[in-house]
Design a protein around this ligand. Structure first.
Ligand code: NAD
Length: 250
């Protein structure tokens, strides 16, 4: 129970991937968790099941991270109901694969706004309370796509994730004196139920075969890294930790 008395706020935490797995692992360490997601019904369901399973405070709330009013509302409600926010996981990200010549303004704006502007909105909203309490762990989810590129069609996604890394490094420098750490996790291929809808079967097989650790990455692999940064990681800030099973080494 390394996180007893800590409060974690997570974005995009009602899906089948990294967000929900992290909410569950943080709760298993005793943290109160605020499960937010663009899909309100699922956020509430996930929060209820976490409260039941782990016996922690867990609240589910609607939050589309591109909506400033919703971001500010969940932060205010969390502070009113749970008193503090110690851990912020900026997990929301989306992709609309298309070659650059076919990327519309709407696709570009959506991909940028969910990953990059959403991360900025959430950080800006929680920082005053973290500065006041002189403690915080901010963890932003990027992607190895920002380093290595992906096959055609992911330029806007990779650019958004590179932006998340650069933003995190600058913020880490700004807030270090308040004992707030800001780190980025860059996963490579993390398997979840949506992957078969996103990539052809042979592409999935090719990606799996390229992993030295000889198994698919799971949402739990990323969740464990978040818990590591949230529980310890006192002197680690401004870093990008790649969770790749060795398929990308810096
Ligand atoms: N899955 C991978 O292989 C992989 C690899 C590298 C990086 N990532 C990144 O990891 C993060 C999590 O991805 P995941 O695939 O594990 O899915 P996930 O289950 O963690 O997230 C999916 C959830 O995001 C929510 N969502 C979508 N748009 C939103 C918005 N505007 N505001 C709030 N919530 C929103 C959806 O409702 C859904 O419930 C993303 O940032 C993604 O870019 C994923």
């Amino acid at each position: 129970m390394k996180l007893k008395d800590r409060v974690a706020l997570l974005t995009a935490a009602a899906g089948a991937g990294i967000g929900q797995a992290t909410a569950r692992l943080l709760a298993s360490e005793g943290a109160s968790v605020v499960v937010t997601d663009a899909h309100e019904g699922r956020a509430r369901q996930v929060a209820e099941s976490i409260a039941e399973e782990y016996g922690v405070d867990s609240i589910g709330m609607a939050c589309d991270v591109t909506r400033l009013d919703q971001v500010e509302d969940v932060v205010n409600q969390t502070l009113n109901r749970l008193g503090r926010i110690d851990i912020l996981l900026n997990n929301a990200g989306t992709n609309r694969p298309a070659q650059v010549v076919d990327i519309t303004d709407e696709m570009w704006d959506l991909v940028m706004n969910v990953s990059l502007k959403g991360t900025f909105y959430c950080c800006r909203a929680v920082l005053p309370s973290m500065i006041k309490q002189q403690f915080g762990r901010i963890i932003n989810i990027a992607s190895t796509a920002a380093f290595m590129g992906l096959k055609a069609g992911h330029a806007h996604y990779a650019a958004a994730k590179a932006g998340v890394m650069a933003f995190s490094r600058c913020l880490a420098m700004e807030v270090a004196e308040h004992y707030i750490t800001v780190n980025t996790i860059a996963p490579s291929f993390i398997y979840n139920e949506f992957i078969p809808h996103l990539y052809p079967e042979e592409e999935i097989k090719r990606m799996e075969e390229a992993i030295p650790y000889a198994r698919k990455g799971t949402p739990d692999d990323v969740a464990q890294t978040v818990v590591f940064l949230a529980t310890g990681g006192e002197y680690i800030t401004g870093q990008t930790i790649c969770v790749t099973g060795g398929s990308w080494m810096r």
